[in-house]
Design a protein around this ligand. Structure first.
Ligand SMILES: *Cc1c(COP(=O)(O)O)cnc(C)c1O
Length: 446
């Protein structure tokens, strides 16, 4: 057995990899190693699925039909190419064409757009599609820095960096938590970015898309809205509608607020963009694009048309109620002067409780799952130990929780952060709370 040491470098945690290596090497049969995988899946399902309060902003529980479709027979079929008999490399895809066209048309209906593509297995690839189609290496672009919620996909270490783009920060207002439009006008006119990317992982309020689109139109620049997180809210008409306000393209994660299978969606209206985008998707970034996932996405879109408005509305109501309940406990909540949030997220400054890393781990001990987050008072280098804590309301909303339940949750979290209650006792309370919310809402019966 080769133990992983510093001499064979891994970016992953060596002790965890060594655990796996030892288990595999010591298993008397391959079957036992396979069983161990299944056990880990089951342990996760029991713990995260039934015992934890899951408040991670990028997660959402998929409906029973969506989950079933993810393991369907069509998931073993190959159908690369575009929809229709002439456009595929393989024969025998007539039912797959039906699944994919239903998915695409349902997505267009949900988002009220002329075009949608369903073949991206991650939203990261949607962002890569945008940069590949709309820029050349060396082009200037402007994107949001991480302390303001910007995502690596639009920064030097993600697709934008891989494309070799010259990235400048969009000036942000640290109090209003949106773009500083005067500074933006100045920097943008100097930089003349090909693309300006809005949207963020930490996202509370809308952006001045219209004003920004007018500015970049002076040199034919384009606004790209990375709506990974807000996708469901946009679909429900509860957040700004980027394409109607002047953005040229919108990408999003199907598995975040939209509550479909984890994957990417790209949406646009301008027919001139259709060829550049779809030529990049196939054959550059998607081939075997997981038709089981496409079927699941189609059903998630149909469920969204039926229940999305009510579901997304409650997500935002719950987030606002949670923000208020935290503030009432003396905890600093970002955006408190603007009713805390217009999305599914609530951002706490937990600097005085030992910082985000400590807070998230302490809460996880009590079966409350959140994540550490950079906030505007942090520097990008504070990545490992930032001051913020990000909380999302998507999962607890789909489980049927309402505003009153947010007060209970804020108290449970506040008590752990302040050291007023032990993690062991809180864990028991969380378990009780979870057992009273065990049914998924806003979806079709199986
Ligand atoms: C999560 C996220 C992504 C990546 O989405 P995946 O579907 O996980 O690939 C891209 N951009 C932003 C702003 C995100 O928050």
């Amino acid at each position: 057995m080769t133990t992983i040491t510093e001499t064979n470098y891994e970016v992953h945690d060596a002790s965890v990899l060594n655990w796996a290596r030892e288990l595999i090497d010591n298993s008397p049969s391959e079957r036992l190693a396979a069983d161990e995988v299944v056990h880990a899946v089951n342990r996760n399902e029991l713990w995260r699925g039934r015992e934890c309060l899951n408040l991670l902003a990028p997660e959402a529980p998929t409906s029973p039909i969506v989950r079933k479709l993810l393991s369907s027979e069509v998931g073993i079929r190959a159908a690369e190419g575009h929809i229709g008999p002439k456009q595929r490399w393989f024969a025998g895809t007539q039912y797959i064409d039906e699944i994919e066209s239903l998915c695409m048309e349902l997505l267009k209906k949900v988002f009220r757009t002329n075009y949608a593509d369903h073949r991206l297995i991650a939203s990261m690839l949607g962002n890569m599609t945008v940069y590949a189609a709309l820029t050349e290496p060396g082009d200037p672009i402007m994107t949001m820095s991480q302390p303001f919620g910007g995502h690596s996909s639009n920064r030097i270490d993600g697709p934008a960096g891989i494309r070799g783009l010259n990235i400048r920060d969009i000036p942000m207002d640290p109090v209003e938590l949106t773009v500083d439009i005067e500074q933006f006008a100045k920097t943008a006119r100097e930089t003349r970015p090909k693309v300006v990317t809005l949207g963020a992982s930490m996202t509370l309020f809308p952006f001045p898309i219209k004003e920004m689109a007018e500015i970049v139109s002076e040199w034919d620049g384009k606004i790209f809205f990375d709506g990974a997180h807000q996708l469901g809210l946009i679909g429900a008409g509860l957040f700004q509608d980027p394409l109607k306000e002047g953005a040229s393209v919108l990408t999003g994660s199907a598995g975040k607020t939209f509550s479909g299978p984890q994957s990417g969606i790209i949406l646009w209206d301008d027919p001139e963009l259709t060829k550049p985008f779809t030529d990049t998707i196939f054959p550059a970034l998607a081939a075997t694009h997981q038709v089981n996932r496409v079927a699941a996405l189609a059903v998630a879109a149909a469920e969204f048309l039926a229940f999305g408005k009510e579901y997304m509305g409650q997500i935002v109501k719950n987030a606002k109620a949670l923000g208020k309940a935290f503030q009432n406990q003396g905890i600093t909540v970002l955006g408190s002067h603007k009713d805390f949030t217009e999305t599914h997220q609530v951002i706490l400054d937990v600097g005085k409780f030992g910082g985000g890393y400590h807070a998230a781990n302490q809460l996880a001990e009590a079966n409350i799952i959140t994540n550490k987050n950079l906030i505007p008072t942090d520097k990008p280098e504070d990545w490992d130990e930032p001051s913020g804590l990000r909380i999302g309301t998507t999962e607890i909303t789909r489980l049927g929780m309402k505003e009153d339940d947010m007060e209970v949750i804020a108290k449970l979290i506040g008590d752990v952060l302040k050291g007023d209650e032990s993690t062991a006792n809180t864990k028991k309370r969380i378990h009780e709370l979870r057992s009273t919310f065990d049914k998924l809402h806003y979806c079709f019966e199986e």
